[in-house]
Write a protein that binds this ligand. Structure first.
Ligand SMILES: [Zn+2]
Ligand SMILES: [Zn+2]
Length: 273
């Protein structure tokens, strides 16, 4: 099932999340209006060499989105968000003007991709901190373009060829995770392209901290959700424990349905990716 259908179905069951779900349904509707061309095929040997060096596969090619499509989606995302977030509508309408200036938009995207790359791989000059409104809208805008690569290339990365904390496709950080039913291995979901891959469970996925005293987690009452926290980098990871659930789960939809965990983490002083 597509994320948008999953959210539409969840809407009547979650009146407390109505605003969040309606916002994300509107954003997904905008994202669905672009159909990026299929990414080039990547020979297995090239992919394996890249991955063995710890390089995400997108570094092997230059991302060349259609800039007109991108500007159109960016405008649509800003307008949809403004319609659902009255408090930020003025700021979002101001941001939308970026689409009128292709050079500036291109520059903002390049900077966004560098800043939002996995923290371990960020350029030293990048400013640390939580996502801004611009990051949010750019992440939404780029999603259809990046996820086309994830769909085409995800099968090139396996647990044998990639067992790291950043995305094997685009190098992005995870913003959702699952513990898999058999054995509880950690499956991560990329915040930027929705690729899923396995990574070590005993390490912070953002700063590689492994000392137990610096890592913690809080479980939900029913045991189905865990909020993993790291006191070294002050980041958190929302996780759904599939060993505790009989129902099918779609991680991109769970990312949105668990917005309450984001609020809890942020109010406790942790940062989102
Ligand atoms: Zn990714
Ligand atoms: Zn950390």
């Amino acid at each position: 099932m597509h994320t948008i259908d999953y959210l539409r179905e969840a809407l009547p069951r979650h009146p407390e999340l109505r605003e969040t779900l309606e916002l994300h349904i509107a954003l997904l509707e905008v994202r669905a209006t672009v159909d990026p061309p299929a990414p080039p095929s990547l020979p297995l040997g090239v992919a394996e060499t890249r991955l063995a060096q710890g390089e995400p596969l997108l570094n092997a090619v230059t991302l060349t989105p259609n800039w007109n499509d991108l500007a159109r989606i960016f405008t649509g995302i800003c307008n949809a968000a403004a319609a659902h977030r009255p408090d930020e509508a003025d700021a979002l309408r101001e941001l939308a003007k970026l689409a009128d200036n292709p050079d500036e938009l291109r520059e903002a995207i390049t900077e966004h991709l560098a800043n939002r790359a996995h923290p371990v791989r960020r350029p030293a000059s990048a400013v640390p901190g939580g996502a801004t409104l611009l990051d949010f809208t750019l992440n939404q805008t780029l999603h259809p373009f990046l996820s086309a690569y994830a769909r085409a290339w995800q099968s090139l990365a396996s647990r044998e060829t990639w067992y790291r904390s950043w995305c094997p496709i685009c190098g992005g950080p995870a913003d959702m995770a699952a513990l898999l039913p058999a054995g509880g291995a950690r499956q991560l979901l990329c915040a930027r392209c929705d690729a899923e891959w396995q990574a070590p469970r005993g390490a912070c996925p953002f700063c590689s901290e492994t000392r137990p005293g610096h890592l913690g987690y809080i479980a939900s009452q029913d045991g189905a959700y865990r909020l993993y926290t790291c006191d070294t980098c002050r980041r958190y990871l929302k996780t759904i424990d599939l060993r505790e659930l009989a129902r099918p789960v779609q991680l991109p939809a769970e990312r949105i349905l668990t917005v309450g965990m984001d609020l809890m983490a942020i109010s406790s002083g942790y940062q989102s990716v």
